[in-house]
Design a protein around this ligand. Structure first.
Ligand code: HEC
Length: 154
């Protein structure tokens, strides 16, 4: 009986530690739209990071890797938006209410971002380091401009 009790205690402590760690509730709703879109945004960052490094620091970069990343980002750029369903403004989202209030503006931000990722993917085929850097910067600016309008910082 004593062993049983301490197991419960350990489980409880672990659960508390885990939720303290993320500080956020899980997305338990059907289809988990918030969790899905956040996952995709994390992939945005993962794809963009090596391209940013390459464009900034090295002229003898690996063009085929750069192209693969640019094309991956181009594909990803279409994916999070369907997960902003009408009833998906709930914790743990960091989206601002304007996503649902200014639907036209949000869509415009998506389209302009997609245009920048298309330009980057095209540029990645033959552009020089200078041009690639500019194209990566344009994409990053587009991320930031949408976040400013539609995402809460914390
Ligand atoms: C059209 C608007 C828009 C664009 C463009 C955009 N984002 Fe976001 N991003 C959002 C919104 C809204 C959220 C908040 C989503 C939520 O919490 O429900 C978000 C969340 C994120 C997050 C946090 C994910 C998490 O763990 O909660 C990261 C990282 C991120 N975006 C990276 C990027 C990067 C990198 C780019 C550009 C390559 C980008 N985003 C472009 C709107 C955008």
């Amino acid at each position: 009986m004593k062993i049983f009790d301490s197991r419960i205690l350990i489980t409880l402590c672990c659960t508390l530690a885990l939720s303290a760690c993320s500080g956020e509730p899980d997305d338990t709703r059907p289809g988990q739209p918030v969790a899905h879109r956040r996952q995709l945004f994390k992939q945005f960052t993962r794809t963009l990071e090596p391209m940013g490094m390459v464009a900034r620091e090295r002229k003898d970069f690996n063009r085929s890797e750069f192209l693969a990343s640019a094309q991956e980002l181009q594909q990803l750029a279409r994916q999070p938006w369907p997960y902003f369903t009408p009833d998906s403004n709930y914790p743990p989202t960091h989206a601002k209410a304007d996503v649902w209030l200014k639907v036209g503006d949000f869509q415009q931000a998506q389209e302009s971002f997609q245009a920048k990722t298309n330009e980057l993917a095209t540029m990645a085929q033959s552009g020089n380091a200078e041009q690639l850097r500019a194209a990566v910067n344009n994409v990053e600016r587009s991320c930031k401009s949408c976040h400013k309008q539609f995402r809460n910082d914390s």
